[in-house]
Design a protein around this ligand. Structure first.
Ligand SMILES: [Zn+2]
Length: 466
């Protein structure tokens, strides 16, 4: 698995990744326990009746019926702790003093007098956004380069909706010649917050940075004399640089075909039609029309679904069997499509290989695993936001993913499949999805699609691949 051409560092990196790999396929699962979700025959029957009303155009009556059987969400909790503060007047005594000191220091361009109070303030009052912004600016001004990006990363994960922070992040990444990363950061903002007035600016910025990345890489490849190398080094290895140059679509195609070589795909026109009829319209709502979306149903009874770059989505039959409605399935697909749309897998491949030499050949298995490695909490949330927005817009019950998650969480109480034992899932995912739906006013009492999904499950059983 490890090639001798690797340096010691690369060797170590791949060893660590190798360990991480089996533990961390993109699995959505919850082990903590709460009340059991009920999917009794009566419950499903009522939803089926509501679906029929919905399909007949009697949306109001349908909604009434959905409301009758779906348990209401608990009251929205106002988490005061998370509230963002931007007004210095709201700072308590000591924190207000730190802020004034920091500003005085900053005006006089005094490093210690600026950074010391700012660091204290960020620690004591982490929800005060201006302190983060000023700290980042000051770190750059005073040449504390190595601290800039980690500080931004922390701030952005805390204030993902701040265009100022995202702009600082993209700038700092570009300053560090990480144009691809800068492009991805800008694009993620544009996709997650498409209605923000700055969204078009970020989309444009993303294109600019991506162009810059491509030009730089091409120049380096020409200088290194490897521009004409054919992509891929046979079946088992792949050359990194030409693959990056192809971008997400090219990489996705290459990785998906390698994945397919080791998998049994369910080749049934009915199943394929079903998956496409839900997946393709969702993908269209997500703002990356440069991808060719493909959905593969894999004969595998474990509960799993994962996304490769460029819109290549894999769903195990085990997931389809665990699901009860089109809305749930749309939720799962929407989440996976969003990972692809937001370049999460691509970003991981890029990040892991920043230090690799351009001519390096990488074992294909490593790249495959890397692309579907677990995502950070923030990336999971980004995918939940984008995916759930898409299913709500498409007219499905907006809690499709939430329902699926709740079910998985409850199942996890009685059995823990081996691959889940070490998956570090955030424990508040179900609650988070609930807040997302409540805060955005998405409609949970819309089309579920029980009957059609049941037919698909029956079809899988008939095919003997459930
Ligand atoms: Zn995910």
């Amino acid at each position: 698995m490890i090639h001798s051409i690797f340096s010691k560092e690369s060797f170590l990196r791949w060893v660590i990744l190798g360990f991480a790999v089996f533990l961390t396929l993109e699995i959505i699962y919850f082990r903590y326990s709460q009340a059991q979700t009920s999917f009794t025959p009566t419950y499903l029957q009522t939803l089926t009746e509501a679906d029929q009303l919905y399909l007949d155009g009697n949306v109001e009556a349908a909604e009434q019926l959905y409301r009758q059987v779906k348990q209401p969400f608990p009251e929205e909790s106002n988490s005061v702790d998370d509230e963002i503060i931007t007004d210095p007047e709201q700072l308590s005594g000591a924190n207000g003093v730190y802020w004034r000191e920091a500003q005085r220091g900053w005006e006089r361009k005094l490093e210690g007098a600026t950074l010391v109070p700012l660091r204290l303030l960020v620690e004591k009052q982490p929800n005060f956004l201006p302190a983060h912004t000023l700290l980042i600016k000051a770190l750059r001004e005073f040449g504390q380069e190595e601290e800039v990006l980690p500080t931004i990363e922390t701030a952005v994960s805390q204030f993902p909706e701040s265009p100022d922070l995202t702009r600082l992040q993209a700038e700092a990444l570009a300053d560090d010649n990480q144009y691809l990363e800068a492009s991805i950061a800008a694009r993620q903002f544009a996709i997650v917050y498409p209605n923000h007035p700055d969204a078009p600016e970020f989309a444009e910025l993303a294109d600019d940075y991506f162009g810059r990345f491509r030009r730089d890489l091409e120049t380096e490849l020409i200088a290194a004399g490897i521009i004409n190398v054919v992509v891929g080094g046979g079946d088992q290895a792949i050359q990194l640089a030409p693959l990056l140059l192809q971008g997400e679509s090219g990489m996705g195609m290459r990785l998906a075909s390698a994945e397919l070589a080791n998998r049994r795909v369910v080749n049934d026109p009915d199943i394929q039609e079903y998956v496409n009829s839900i997946g393709q319209p969702l993908a269209e709502l997500m703002g990356r029309n440069d991808f060719e979306y493909e959905f593969f149903v894999i004969e595998d009874s474990s509960l799993n679904a994962f996304a490769y770059p460029g819109g290549k989505i894999f769903i195990n039959t085990g997931s389809l069997m665990a699901i009860d409605s089109e809305a749930e399935f749309a939720g799962l697909l929407g989440h996976e499509i969003a990972h692809s749309v937001l370049s999460h897998g691509f970003q991981k491949v890029v990040q892991a290989n920043l230090l690799a030499s351009l001519g390096q050949t990488i074992p294909l298995g490593n790249l495959l695993n890397l692309a579907v490695l677990e995502n950070s909490r923030r990336k999971e949330q980004q995918s939940d936001i984008v995916g759930t927005r898409a299913i709500a817009t498409a007219g499905y019950a907006a809690d499709g993913l939430h329902t699926f998650m709740t079910k998985l969480r409850d199942r996890g109480r009685s059995s823990t499949p081996e691959y889940l034992s070490s998956h570090p899932v955030p424990e508040d995912r179900v609650r988070y999805l609930q807040e997302l739906i409540q805060q955005n006013g998405y409609n949970r009492y819309s089309f579920e699609g029980i009957e059609r999904h049941a037919l698909v499950k029956q079809r899988l059983q008939d095919l003997g691949v459930s």
